[in-house]
Ligand binder design. Structure first.
Ligand SMILES: Nc1ncnc2c1ncn2[C@@H]1O[C@H](COP(=O)(O)OP(=O)(O)OP(=O)(O)O)[C@@H](O)[C@H]1O
Length: 644
């Protein structure tokens, strides 16, 4: 079984020492000087009758391997040289991650323990040691700091480490007037008391100092000057959260954390970056270690059934190395990042004794690790394939963060990131969970030594049937080998499919619930809208009615006035006619005139009566009416009586 020629990730396996009182299920193949293969055999009482499987890695580190072995042999040094960049050249991004079952030693490897430093601390130490003579200094001088801010491509908020650490100290002290001593000087921080958010910021001298890396040979570009910037974030429930911004709000009211985007920015068309992070410019190792401790404190941890302090999020620690040409007028800054990732434990949701939010978290963790598994499997298959398939890394935030920059960019000439994964395993731990991780992370796998099933034993032993001829037995054995290999491969696929199915089922249920809620809300909204429209229509109708009545009344009033004026004129005419002293000669002539007027009055009376009837039928009862009630004509003259 050969390892693939090339893959996106180098994959290392580290075995952790264990004193558990169990059978060992994992053995290292020692046929080569540098071990690269292991075999796992299922427990003797395995009901599923699984075969023995063999897996290949870039290298296997056995239980006695120390932190320095890992540091030297996993390519950490060449990654450091990568971010520093060759003389006159831009650097290359690097990514170092750990993957494994909960409690298998991921955090121990990457972050160390109480007594030992991990790959992160060793990398920081190496970077600060070797860039010391070439660092732009002082990094926090206003001109350097502002040029670093201007050169940032990720919409970040940069802050000098001293200010960042001071702000945390003061804030966590609930506004008490005290200043944090400058980090790096003897004992940076002491216990912070007097508030409900009491916390202890570690003394640098209390952090592990071993192993040391004094004799390291690292190539640095001596024509350049450097600056080192630290940022930390986590992927929690498929969202990216800044750990340093959260740390800076300690002691304040808890705020809703803002999820960040992983994207190409205007200034970063050639690679994706986490946008909007808080980044801390560190001038020395102690500052960087304190920032790391502060971010780690933020990272969510909780006791689960599988490990007392299991990481519930995928933690990312990013070391950005800024570089520019050293000259009287320095050149522009370029930057490369070395990202160190502590992946969450892969305990299965159903085996972890978790509940509520923790169960949901376990679901998300398993989901993202399942997608990671698919990507890892695909990259291993692709490495030796003439027709490589597309690695499906866009399925979740975790795989996007890990894989997006692993391919040559379509814009610019930036080399793709160099990546390494350290898979950790406990050879005396949980066989099912460990074998699953090994299956999808290994660079090569095969079923080499099939377990002979009991029926085969019987056939070969000749107890159940007459012994077949020896060549027939060999053929049968070979056939069984193939069958078992096929079964093992199908089983691996089944595991992945089962996880996928569980995930799909959960998603379907969630979708159904939200669909139902949306439908209910829709009905509610429809009823609300109907009521609103109805009320609006009624109001409009009432308004229109009022307007119409007002217009009608106005019209009637105008008409009444007109009639009144006419009657007045008529009455005045009659008065003139009856005036005393009119001479007799005019009487005859006037008689004719009176007859004419009488006719006209008759006509007007008829008209008035008609109008009156019309008015009666239209007039509103509330309206004050003027009614012409009676008119008398007594033959000796005309009289009009008005009544109201
Ligand atoms: N190589 C090792 N040598 C010594 N101790 C180890 C080693 N690997 C792990 N341990 C110890 O085993 C315990 C569990 O390890 P660790 O916390 O690193 O597991 P983990 O895989 O990170 O778990 P989780 O996923 O829950 O965070 C720790 O006490 C750690 O110190």
């Amino acid at each position: 079984m050969d390892r693939p020629n090339s893959s996106l990730f180098e994959v290392y396996l580290r075995l952790r020492p264990s004193d558990a009182d169990r059978d060992r299920f994992l053995d290292v193949d020692r046929t080569s000087t540098i071990p690269t293969h292991i075999t796992i055999k299922p427990p003797a009482d395995d009901k599923r009758k699984r075969a023995i499987e063999k897996f290949g890695f870039t290298r296997v580190f056995e239980e006695d391997a120390g932190q320095l072995d890992l540091f030297h042999e996993t390519g950490a040094v060449s990654m450091i040289e990568g971010v520093l960049g060759a003389r006159g050249r831009e650097g290359r991004d690097g990514l170092l991650a750990t993957l494994g079952v909960t409690g298998s030693g991921k955090s121990h490897t990457i972050l160390g323990s109480k007594s030992q430093r991990g790959l992160t601390q060793l990398t920081l130490d190496a970077l600060f040691q070797h860039t010391a003579p070439y660092r732009a200094g002082p990094e926090n001088a206003p001109s350097v700091f502002s040029s670093l801010c201007a050169a940032d491509v990720s919409e970040a908020q940069l802050m000098p480490a001293a200010r960042f650490l001071e702000s945390i100290y003061e804030e966590s002290n609930n506004g008490r007037q005290s200043r944090a001593p400058t980090p790096g000087l003897e004992s940076s921080f002491v216990s912070v008391g007097g508030s409900s958010s009491r916390r202890h910021v570690p003394r640098v001298s209390a952090l592990p100092q071993v192993p040391a890396i004094d004799d390291l040979d690292i190539t640095v570009d001596d024509t350049a000057e450097y600056a080192i910037i630290v940022s930390m974030y986590e992927v929690y429930n498929d969202r990216i959260y800044d750990l340093l911004t959260a740390a800076a709000t300690l002691g304040k009211m808890p705020q809703k954390r803002r999820a960040l985007l992983f994207k190409n920015t205007e200034l970063s068309p050639d690679r994706k970056v986490v946008a909007g992070l808080r980044k801390v410019v560190c001038t020395n190792l102690d500052e960087a270690l304190l920032v790391l401790e502060t971010g780690l404190h933020e990272r969510r941890v909780a006791g689960t059934g599988s490990n007392a302090v299991s990481s519930r999020s995928h933690g990312f620690f990013s070391l950005e190395v800024k570089k520019r040409h050293r000259a009287d007028i320095p050149g522009p800054w370029s930057g490369s990042s070395l990202t160190i990732v502590d992946l969450a434990g892969s305990e299965r949701a159903r085996t972890a004794k978790t509940a509520g939010a923790t169960l949901a978290e376990a679901g998300k963790i398993n989901e993202s690790l399942m997608y990671l598994g698919q990507c890892m499997q695909m990259q291993a298959d692709n490495a030796n394939s003439a027709n490589p398939s597309v690695v499906p890394f866009r399925q979740c935030k975790l795989t996007e963060l890990l894989f997006s920059n692993s391919f040559a960019p379509t814009v610019g000439h930036r080399p793709p990131q160099k990546s390494a994964m350290v898979v950790t395993a406990d050879p005396l731990g949980d066989f099912n969970a460990t074998s699953q991780i090994l299956r999808y992370s290994a660079l090569a796998r095969e079923v080499t030594v099939p377990r002979v099933p009991s029926i085969t034993n019987q056939i070969l032993a000749g107890t159940a049937a007459p012994p077949p001829p020896s060549n027939a037995s060999a053929a049968l054995q070979e056939e069984l080998d193939h069958a078992l290999a096929a079964i093992a491969s199908l089983r691996a696929d089944l595991d992945v499919t089962q996880l996928k199915l569980e995930d799909e089922t959960r998603r379907r249920r969630e979708a159904e619930v939200s669909w139902q809620a949306a439908e209910d809300r829709m009905y509610e909204m429809e009823a609300e809208v109907r009521e609103e429209v109805w009320a609006e229509m009624e109001a409009q109708m009432a308004l229109e009615q009022r307007r119409w009545r007002a217009a009608r009344d106005e019209e009637l009033d105008r008409h009444d006035e007109h009639m009144d004026r006419k009657l007045e004129v008529m009455a005045r005419g009659i008065d003139i006619y009856e005036a005393p002293g009119a001479d007799k000669e005019n009487a005859e002539e006037d008689g004719g005139r009176v007859a004419e007027l009488e006719d006209e009055v008759g006509m007007l009376r008829e008209k008035l009566a008609a109008k009156e009837r019309e008015k009666e039928s239209q007039r509103s009862p509330s309206k004050k009416m003027r009614v012409l009630k009676t008119r008398r004509w007594d033959g000796s003259g005309m009289g009009v009586e008005e009544t109201f």
